[in-house]
Design a binder for this molecule. Sequence first.
Ligand SMILES: Nc1nc2c(c(=O)[nH]1)N[C@H]1C(S)=C(S)[C@@H](COP(=O)(O)O)O[C@H]1N2
Ligand SMILES: [Mo]
Length: 322
Amino acid sequence: MLIRRNKGWEIPEREATPEAVYKNRRQFLKGIAAGSIGASAAAMPLGSALAQGTSPTADLYPVTRNPAYTVDREMTEKAKALTYNNFYEFGSHKSISSAAQALKLRPWTVKIDGMVEKPIEIDFEDLVRKMPLEERVYRFRCVEAWAMTVPWSGFPMKALVDFAKPLSGAKYVEMETASQKETMPGLRQFWYPWPYVEGLSMAEATNELTMIATGIYGEEMPKQNGAPLRLVTPWKYGFKNIKSIVRITFTDKRPVSFWEELNKDEYGFWANVNPKVPHPRWSQAQERLLNNGETVPTQIYNGYGDYVADMYKGMEDEKLFM
Ligand SMILES: Nc1nc2c(c(=O)[nH]1)N[C@H]1C(S)=C(S)[C@@H](COP(=O)(O)O)O[C@H]1N2
Ligand SMILES: [Mo]
């Protein structure tokens, strides 16, 4: 069996690893997990948590790419997406990837509560094994005007909503990040409204684009990118994409997001990408690609209008774009 060792993410999307190679690689990984191949850790193709023998869910990756969600943009180099991060719990700068390694991932319980038939607490491992995992390549746009293109592994949030069985009166989903005082130095910055929370309308949460990501670049989610599960809403500014979720609450009241609480004039609830609506302190007309520093025009809804614009019909009085 031929294993391609080069990393698909470092070449343009059109040349990236085809599905068949993925599947083979997955078999190969299963072989390693079962101890049937005498490979040393150094020879393993992904340098993943599995290679370190630490994670009980590493066997799930890589997952098959869904070809319906690809973009005409160069994939961001893995090393860049994994070392230029935003995760205020670990520091208010972009170089938090090593600090974030302190995040404690086991046990990881997700609480599903509020307006649901039956509130539950479920272990992350049990949850992820129930969900339909796939890979999707999405653009990602931070409100600070940098952008990347990455392959997320995960499942449609709709699958989780179906699993949670919300009551018909539920209008929003609120999500909350873990608060680990021992591992997260940012929590001592008391002027922030911890824990980090975010919210979506039910229509947004069940939109086909909305993902709960549990991996990236064919591996389990690295801690700095929001392990073990984080939200991905590619048509919204990055801050909506809440990391390291421990609680999902269905409610009839609109949640107040972390950044909205801090400064609602700069960071609104809807936060849909729009080149024509500037941030009060900078333009949103263009964005800088993390990959090569190139500056390109920003697209309305980050290029995903066909999937999402209908949800906002009749909501023109809302501040949909900041
Ligand atoms: N809990 C939590 N989630 C968060 C953040 C954060 O500080 N804390 N930052 C957000 C912002 S502003 C961005 S741009 C993305 C960055 O995700 P990345 O580091 O995987 O690129 O995470 C979002 N999710
Ligand atoms: Mo961001």
